[in-house]
Design a protein around this ligand. Sequence first.
Ligand SMILES: Nc1nc2c(ncn2[C@@H]2O[C@H](COP(=O)(O)OP(=O)(O)OP(=O)(O)O)[C@@H](O)[C@H]2O)c(=O)[nH]1
Ligand SMILES: [Mg+2]
Length: 392
Amino acid sequence: MKLVVLGFGQCGGRIADELARLNRRARTYRGIEIITGAYAINTDVADLSGLSTIKPDYQHRILIGGRKTGGHGVGKINELGAEIAREDSDKIIEAIRTTKRLFESDAFLLIASSGGGTGSGAIPIMTQLIKERYGDKPVYDVIVLPFEHEEQNEERAVYNSAVCLKSVSSVADATILIDNQRYIRKDSSLRNNLSLINQLIAEPFYNLLCAGEEKKGKHIGAKTLDAGDIIQTLSGWTVLGYGQTLLPVFSPLLKLRRQNFKNKSTETFNGMRAMDAAISELSMKCNTQDANRAMYLITAPAKETNMDLIKELADYLRELAPKAVIRSGDYPRKRGKLDVTVILSELDTVEKVKNYYDKSSTLTPVVQERQEEIKDKLKEMDEASKDIPTLL
Ligand SMILES: Nc1nc2c(ncn2[C@@H]2O[C@H](COP(=O)(O)OP(=O)(O)OP(=O)(O)O)[C@@H](O)[C@H]2O)c(=O)[nH]1
Ligand SMILES: [Mg+2]
């Protein structure tokens, strides 16, 4: 599957940069292309210059709202992020138009955090405009949710998230939810290592996008999972999971073991372990039973996958998501590793999103009142200065 990737704000830009790196990896090690164009869009010049893989010209690192913000961001005011995106949308659309293999691309992937100002304000506006312009391609939005400590200490993070999620969910073909907090569950030192979190966020996309683009026979599985399957799976609220099991590479006994029945169960066990890890490490906590569509991809040495394993994994996922239409595929790759990528989509209940909505309905009047107060105070300042001459 080939994507056009657009990252908005600091978080979105950095994750788009990470995906651009995955594309470089796919090109170097697998000779395939998974991203046709990668763009970062921000109101902050410093954030744009801090990226490393997205091309460093103004058409790929796009500064918006330069006049309004002086290149310093919108300070978490997502209404301003939205307004600026609308005003400068031509710049972004024009950049997309020049993407070399735009017409070969299967979909757009837009990324932003929900808690900031620029990304969370710009992403719904651009999703809508891109959909209007390129109606034949789906538009998927990746939304990164704030850390717990941010939700507790900054009511703007909760309010922005609610507004962003509501807006995005009404325009995007699917909203992929990524909860920052999930990535520091096991190791809280990661909180200060956003770049490692970004790598973990991007990783599941690697095999998922590569599988359907393979041209070499030995890497084509019994059941290929291509762009069509992914498009059929992605709809509405969505989460991703990724898990892996390391396999012994040089085992003289391996060949012998493979021939007997016992070994088959070892292979199945390895696969189940990876699937287990994928499900327990979902990008956001949810109830798997709420999924109406699901998909898994198993990437492993051809000899490590067998029909038993594929069937076992399908049965396992069916138990976890009994309502879901399940699609699956296998992707034969080199020795030493077995990994499973899972998508749970069309979730009909998402507690975390509902919580943002609940908390924000009490915050909405407070935020609006505060904005009125700011306006009143500025008016007072204007009044006080009315008899003072000006130099302009
Ligand atoms: N995973 C991840 N989260 C990030 C990263 N950078 C910021 N965040 C999260 O994103 C939220 C803040 O949004 P930003 O993306 O920094 O904001 P912005 O879109 O640039 O908007 P303004 O700076 O307000 O103009 C917080 O919840 C951060 O924890 C990143 O590189 N990776
Ligand atoms: Mg910023």
